[in-house]
Write a protein that binds this ligand. Sequence first.
Ligand SMILES: [Cu+2]
Length: 337
Amino acid sequence: MYRVAELALFLSALAGSASAHGVMGTILADGKTYEGQANTGAGPVWSYQGPDPFGPVQSGGYSNNNQIACNYDGKVGASQVEVQAGSEIELTWTTGGNGVWAHDKGPIIDYLAAAPSDFTQATTDNLKFFKIAESGLENGDWTMNTILHATNKWKVTVPASLKAGNYVLRHEPIALHQVGGTGPENYPICISLKVSGGGSDQPEGVLGNQLYTLAEKGLTTNPYGITSYEFPGPKLASLNGGGTQNPQVPPVTPPASSVAAPAVPVAPSPTPTRPAVAQPPAAVPSQPGVYTELVVVTVTDYVTVTAELPAPSAVNRGQRRHFPRERRHERYFKHRS
Ligand SMILES: [Cu+2]
């Protein structure tokens, strides 16, 4: 049993982890750095406000433009990133708490949508997104792990043949560690761009609410121990000089654990998984530690959950720290659905 004091302590610990996912910190384009302004909309990054301001959009939001297009209630920001067609844009996430992007398994996808000439008229109901880049498994590991999780950075190239004009870049890590539980977690961020130069390409694209369905393999595939991956969403747009299957490769070799045994799952899910999707039982080879978490269901109704997690190691330490955070997702999701 837990006393009220302990419950309060745990609640405050949860509150402290709210910034673990992070916000778009800075955007570097053509030598100029733009501030993300904490997603308030004061800069080029669109504002959004979810039930958890840093949490994911989950599959229940796929049919809702006001959620999946540019995150919850996404609204155009006050300024734009100025960039030449063909230039690379470097995105840096700012994360609280642990200091690193929380998740490490799943694709990262980048889209563009043509925007009205008057940016104040841009809304999630008139943006049609076409895919310009997607990255998943590279050399046996997820680039979400080897690049985003490792460096908090992501790079995407504006297609060289893109017609000059106003665009919205939709950058989206999709975490798959919970596909056997609460489902995929989409973290879309929209950023306004003024693109100069370029050519004549301007693909049509689709509204945000037509990007994904849960029927897609790429959103339900268990990310552990697989060697190939089918991306969700529309196909890469056909562009002359843009649209790359693999926009980047890891800057460092994958961790020894995944190099040594590529056929064996690298790490188990840090959270208890549902039986619906089989988690490889052999993923925890040695002395799993037993960790007990108090999970708050409502303020007057709380339970303990005991989960077997792997023994501490450099690889899974971050995941274990993140454990209470994942329970929060589940809690929100249950209450919303
Ligand atoms: Cu998370």
